[in-house]
Design a protein around this ligand. Structure first.
Ligand code: NAD
Length: 349
């Protein structure tokens, strides 16, 4: 319990410190740790407060708040999605997040979440692939080679033993960048000239493109039976990546239906089209992959509980390390009602 005279600071993890923490733990180890934390929270899905994220749309992008609570901690992430940003030398996605103590309402952690979102999105994809992709999958087509792509690839290596990645992007410079970044990371990289070529021999197809439109990254005739599709980029109203016909041939798995129906690939389908919630597959109350010929589709949009898990993971991981700064963001007058007196006494300090 905090004594009245003790100053309460909030640990803050900057981008620099998040990178140092990631290297201290090891990228693949951190991806496995995050996937474990997310899977654990999916197992306790029912006790979380759940709400679709609060989105503010503009013509060029979206700004979102993603809150949730497990009754002990409350967390939220601020995140944007602006596909036009890369053309201006800016990130498509940036984020920060906060974790608070439910009992006092006091913030307990403030952290950058641009890096952490890439890590948690990749960890979620790989955790889901562990449950749904064909057993022993070794090859992934990675379509869209932007900021998320290397994280996606490494998480699949760390969690399910992926050996080969086949890269494709409409911008060959993005593919060159991803290939360079993945050099020496233990995955065989093939640069491809078309989406079709990237899918040759792939058991897993990841689409991770950014375009604010109903895009057709995969058309129906491109997708053979038995594959697992990890669809990351369709995560906003009016922004999808798959031809509707593929959805009718797939068994569709989602995070939180009320959010995915508005934001995911399934915004193209009738509101009552059957989908399976991932937490039920993880707890064994719903079936995952049933047959070798089945197409499984993870219609990923990113849900608040994944960010909550990532915030809790970081909160534990920084304990006893130097990878954070103390922030003075809590007013602490000796008499809690004397906030104004504290302001007066500070005059001329
Ligand atoms: P980015 O802008 O860094 O990269 C996107 C890449 O897609 C670019 O290299 C672009 O050239 C490429 N691209 C665009 N159209 C294409 C096409 N038709 N075929 C092949 N490549 C194409 O973006 P990012 O940070 O890597 O994010 C990618 C997408 O993932 C975004 O739409 C983002 O909103 C989404 N996202 C989803 C989650 C989630 O949890 N589901 C999390 C983070 C990001």
């Amino acid at each position: 319990m905090l004594q009245p005279s003790e100053k309460a600071y909030v640990p803050f993890v900057s981008v620099d410190n998040m990178m140092r923490l990631t290297h201290h733990i090891g990228i693949e180890e951190m991806l496995r740790g995050l996937a474990g934390a997310i899977e654990e929270d999916f197992r306790r899905w029912e006790l979380f407060d759940k709400t679709p994220r609060v989105a503010s749309h503009s013509e060029v992008g979206v700004i979102e708040l993603m809150p949730t609570s497990d009754g002990e901690f409350y967390g939220f992430k601020y995140v944007n999605g602006h596909p036009k940003n890369t053309g201006e030398g800016l990130q498509t996605v940036t984020a920060f997040g906060l974790l608070a103590d439910v009992y006092t309402g006091y913030p307990k952690l403030l952290t950058e979440m641009t890096m952490l979102t890439a890590l948690r999105t990749a960890a979620t994809s790989a955790m889901v692939a562990k449950h749904l992709a064909p057993k022993g999958s070794k090859t992934m087509a990675m379509i869209g080679n932007g900021a998320q792509s290397e994280f996606q690839t490494l998480a699949m290596k760390a969690l399910i033993g992926l050996e080969n990645v086949r890269l494709y992007d409409t911008d060959p410079k993005a593919t060159d960048k991803a290939a360079r970044n993945l050099e020496g990371m233990g995955v065989t990289v093939t640069k491809c000239k078309s989406a079709e070529e990237s899918m040759e021999g792939a058991e897993i197809i990841t689409t991770c493109t950014a375009d604010k439109q109903y895009a057709t990254i995969l058309s129906d005739n491109m997708v053979g039976s038995g594959v697992h599709i990890n669809a990351i980029g369709g995560d906003c109203p009016g922004k999808t990546e798959l031809a509707e016909a593929i959805l009718h041939r797939s068994d569709i798995f989602v995070e939180f239906p009320p959010q995915t129906r508005v934001e995911g690939e399934i915004q193209q389908l009738a509101e009552d089209h059957p989908v399976t919630e991932l937490w039920q597959v993880i707890t064994g109350t719903a079936e995952g992959r049933r047959s070798a010929g089945q197409i499984t589709l993870f219609d990923s949009v990113g849900f608040a509980i994944e960010d909550f898990s990532a915030l809790r993971y970081v909160q534990k991981a920084i304990k006893g390390t130097e990878f954070y700064q103390d922030l003075d963001m809590l007013a602490d007058p000796d008499d809690p009602r004397d906030l104004f007196g504290m302001l007066r006494r500070a005059q001329g300090d």
